[in-house]
Design a protein around this ligand. Sequence first.
Ligand code: DX5
Ligand code: ZN
Length: 206
Amino acid sequence: MFELCASILAADFANLERDMRAANAAGVDAFHIDVMDGHFVPAISFGTGMVRTMERLTTKPLDVHLMVEKPLDFLPELEELGVKRVSVHYEIPGGPEAALVLNPETPVESALPYLAQISQLLLMTVYPGRGGQVYLPGSNEKIAAAKSLLQGQGSNTVIQVDGGITPGTLPGAYAAGARSIVAGSAVFYGNIYQNVCALRSEKAKP
Ligand code: DX5
Ligand code: ZN
């Protein structure tokens, strides 16, 4: 089994409520929310005001991915909103909180000092900053390396993957050890219900 997180970045912002309700009804487990500040990555997506709106539109957990230079500034409001999980990049100064994100070129061993503090390790399978990119080659090997690193440490930190997930790439990520899967365009482009079913039906056999 894996957790399917629908990445809001790929939703139609003009119809956010419609798309969130459709994904909700289609049975996604959580919503992945990419907050970008225009500094850590070139793009600006939305801030905590929009997260507040999204929180009203679903009862599913919110999984917030902070692509920002100053994540600590965002935490009090996210906490107040009852956000269940916040992912913070290794690459920013200030250190991790609850979940740690590694960019594609950052070796999995970089997570070692933080394993005791994190419940999730998010491996970027594209370069962060925009949706609809292609799953990077070598991602499955990196997931497998992270899995053996975690096992070797006796850690039960969950591996999450983000970027380029489709019904075609999901099984490889799952087989390599990812148990939380973020999908944006593969959920929101086209028929959301059919898309979610396609992602679910591709889940790797035990
Ligand atoms: C990329 C974001 C992703 C993005 C994924 O910076 O972190 O969450 O929305 O989009 P897809 O699934 O279309 O690659
Ligand atoms: Zn993300």
